[in-house]
Write a protein that binds this ligand. Structure first.
Ligand SMILES: *Cc1c(COP(=O)(O)O)cnc(C)c1O
Length: 364
């Protein structure tokens, strides 16, 4: 057995041992008094050790890279990230004793940089956010390290058939519910990896479940889904952290998605604040986007006289956004006026009123 094979074996054992010590994430019901007959649940990915659904992705990317022989002792692991993936990868790199470098836009929050450092990683900031990929490749080349490249590999690093991926976990946890086979699964695209896993899994297991993908305002995914034009570009980043991309990422798989919505950012943040109030704790902006997606699906079900269940992803907690989305001064400085929208979300959930205008839809 080669030295690299021997080292990889031990590295995989360490990651699997960590997995074995960990518990699954919760499935939390949220009552919808205004939408009778529809049971909504949130898959709470904030309860992973590194605080977001990127914990699953980081574990998958490390295992994939190890099984491909791409990592070696002492060689740095490099990632292009807007933050959450880097935090989770820093956790796994430290576990394996590998140096970790996150290549991120200079605008990345101090909280995220501090968390990467907490796990022993280093941040390499670039002024032009479109350069994070090229800069990661350069660093990997010059240091003899490995560029993980989440936006390419997220869809293929996770076992879509099962192996306790997020989809299998959801179906397992729903077994004793009134509607164990959900009508809809709702997630929002950053890499697109989570949506790809959900879509492939329901097809493979022949479930009667549809996948709804809820995009952010400043993002090309929804337009790509409708037009098929992979050359779409935006010159600004998304304001909902973790989701929405200025280019069509390789990991985004449109054919396994049954419907898409595009949610205005202010409505996502209003839904986030409403959800935080209902749950008694802060959640991230993309969970608000997913709540709106779930409400669109729920309203369709009620209108069609259907009953059933919906599962949406709660992607991360609100701790990372204490000085932004949960700071009234910050919201005002950004031009957000949310109170009327929060009331509208409450009226939809609690009285079954229509959502405010502005949500674009495809396939629903
Ligand atoms: C990455 C991310 C998402 C989207 O997940 P993907 O699997 O990358 O599409 C949603 N919310 C947050 C907070 C994220 O970090």
């Amino acid at each position: 057995m080669s030295d690299n094979h021997q080292w990889s074996r031990e590295a995989i054992r360490i990651i699997e041992a960590d997995f074995q010590r960990s518990a699954d994430t919760h499935l939390i019901p949220l009552e919808l008094p205004g939408l009778p007959g529809v049971e909504l649940y949130f898959k709470d990915e904030s309860s992973h050790p590194t605080g977001s659904l990127k914990h699953r992705l980081a574990r998958s990317l490390f295992l994939y890279a190890l099984c491909n022989g791409w990592l070696k002792p002492g060689a740095p692991v490099i990632e292009a990230s807007s933050g959450s993936t880097a935090i989770s990868e820093a956790y796994f790199a430290r576990m394996l004793g590998l140096p970790f470098i996150a290549v991120m836009p200079a605008t990345t929050s101090q909280e995220k940089i501090a968390q990467i450092e907490f796990y022993g990683g280093r941040s390499h900031l670039v002024q032009d956010p479109t350069q994070i990929y090229a800069e990661s490749e350069r660093l990997a080349r010059e240091s003899g390290g490995h560029f993980m490249d989440q936006f390419t590999y997220a869809e293929r690093a996770t076992d879509w058939r099962a192996n306790n991926n997020i989809a299998e976990s959801i179906f397992h946890q729903l077994r004793f519910e009134r509607h164990p086979e959900p009508s809809w699964l709702v997630s929002s695209p950053g890499t697109g990896g989570t949506t790809a896993t959900l879509g492939r899994y329901v097809r493979y297991r022949q479930h009667n479940t549809r996948v709804l993908c809820a995009d952010a305002e400043r993002s090309v995914f929804f337009d790509f889904y409708q037009s098929g034009d992979a050359s779409l570009r935006l010159d600004h980043g998304s304001r909902i952290e973790g989701i929405g991309r200025p280019r069509v990422e390789a990991s985004f798989m449109p054919k396994v998605i049954d419907a898409m919505v595009k949610v205005p950012d202010a409505l996502s943040l209003a839904a986030m604040h409403y959800l935080a109030k209902r749950l008694g704790r802060h959640v991230g902006g993309s969970s608000g986007t997913n709540l709106i997606g779930a409400l669109v699906a729920a309203a369709e079900m009620v209108a069609a006289g259907e009953t059933g269940s919906i599962v949406a992803i709660l992607c991360d907690s609100g701790e990372r956004y204490a000085t932004s989305y949960y700071d009234q001064d910050w919201l005002k400085a950004q031009g957000y006026e949310l109170s009327g929208l929060i009331d509208s979300v409450a009226a939809c959930v609690e009285q079954g009123q229509a959502l405010p205008e502005g949500v674009l839809r495809a396939g629903i």
